[in-house]
Design a protein around this ligand. Sequence first.
Ligand SMILES: *Cc1c(COP(=O)(O)O)cnc(C)c1O
Length: 471
Amino acid sequence: MEKKSHNAQDVRAAMADMMASKEVFRQAVSYSFEYMDGVSDRPVFPEQKALDGLAAFDEPLPETPGDPKQILSLLHEKGSPATTAQTGGRYFGFVIGGTIPAALAARWLSDVWDQNAVLHVASPITAKLEEVCEGWLVDLLGLPQGTASGFVTGTSVATFCGLAAGRNALLEGAGWDAAIKGLFGAPPLRVIVGEEAHATVFKALSLLGLGSENVEKVPVDGQGRMDPARMPELDERCLLILQAGNVNSGAFDSFAEICPKAKDAGAWIHIDGAFGLWAAGSKRFQNLTQGVDLADSWSLDAHKTLNMPYDCGIVLCRRREALAAAMQASGSYIIYGEERDNMLYTPDMSRRGRGPELWAALKFLGKEGVGQLVDGLCDNAALLAEMLRERGFRILNDVAFNQVLAACETDELTQKTLAAVQASGECWCGGAVWKETQAIRVSVCSWVTTRDDLERTANAFFQALKTVTMG
Ligand SMILES: *Cc1c(COP(=O)(O)O)cnc(C)c1O
């Protein structure tokens, strides 16, 4: 009898070998450890050489199967250096958190499970852990008992879900079933946002058929907070969108002032709390979120302030049935059970379970750990602002949370300094225009950042400014 050869072309045999020997997984672990150990010492933004190295991935789709060890080695050799050092201590771009080790480890394990979180019957453990996380988050954030949660990619989708629930609930109040009739001929709704609402709010509104032209924008103060005195009259046809954490200044709308009146008027209140809502988990900063419990829906990112690995966004909704009704799907093969079915609360059906790593992070941190994490980010932001002031920078915002807006004497100087900071490799920040002034935008969002990292960052700013001024 001819012996079957397990050559490279026989992919099933090759995969079975990989599962049996585990070599490729050991290799992955070894590369991962090498990456972890080096991430704080390398340039924060990839060097030109690393960017040029990405050309190694430009090739036609292979005709025949490849060698998995070589594949992983290519990914590490050419891929790892072309990452930005987001898990190091000096990445301050956008609002990007670090990674809680307990969560990362739980993700590794649950990746091996490869569960489809769609229904309880498809994966009891992911249903269980999302249910547990729901209860813990409601407790941590001080939200109404019974609040429902959906675990999604990020705040963009979470906001979309919260506003979908709100839109449909308001229309239902007007005797209109949006799920069946759609928006054709529907009673008009009003949408009220602050002038400083995040771009993703407008994206969600557009996806929801609410457009942008009819959105009423409430003027904001110097920090980007809605001015409660200039809020229009609200009624039960209003979708009001507030913000916990302005993406530039970090400022919070004044919920305690706005929410009670909006609630009395019958408006649906949604809070975009992508990174700021986590302030509710800190004894020192929870005053910023006072009144958020009066809202109807909330969106937030565990992958920002909570330092979860990507992707981990959460929508929370006071009325469970409103979220479930807005996200509904049906099909004869869908088996709903007595237990939590995750797909009831999200737009997607099949997806990875986000419960295991979020559960691991929350179980590791506990309430006290979440508080320490939030406090640490805010204290570091305040410290960095002070260090930058000492080195001749202007700070444009009240550093009330984790965001710092720094500027030089002129817009031109700010832009050039920012470019020099980015090129230095010492740290990385983005830019923003704040109240018509160019700013360097620093988001202190990783648990990894130390005092030494802050000093190196402030010195890099100083050096950049010096170089630019002398040149
Ligand atoms: C980051 C952010 C978003 C978008 O969140 P994603 O997770 O990127 O989808 C929305 N609003 C605010 C205030 C943010 O900071």
